[in-house]
Design a binder for this molecule. Sequence first.
Ligand SMILES: [Zn+2]
Length: 79
Amino acid sequence: MKMCIACGMPMTQIADYPRYDISKNYCKLCAKSDGSMKSFDEKLEELTLRYVEEHSMDYQVAKETARIILKKLPAWKRW
Ligand SMILES: [Zn+2]
């Protein structure tokens, strides 16, 4: 089983891949509509807003937390 390099989600079904393309190592949530991978800034913004929404976190705190989480993932190690 593969894990998305950009968000860590386990990809267990073909439907988890962008455009059903299992040669990709990122999931459909991390793909743009053209099938290419989203940028670090796009994922950072997404995750930040999710934390703000789900945990009522302060935007800046959520952004720092999101940055730490994302940097543990293979796609963003060098960011
Ligand atoms: Zn992903």
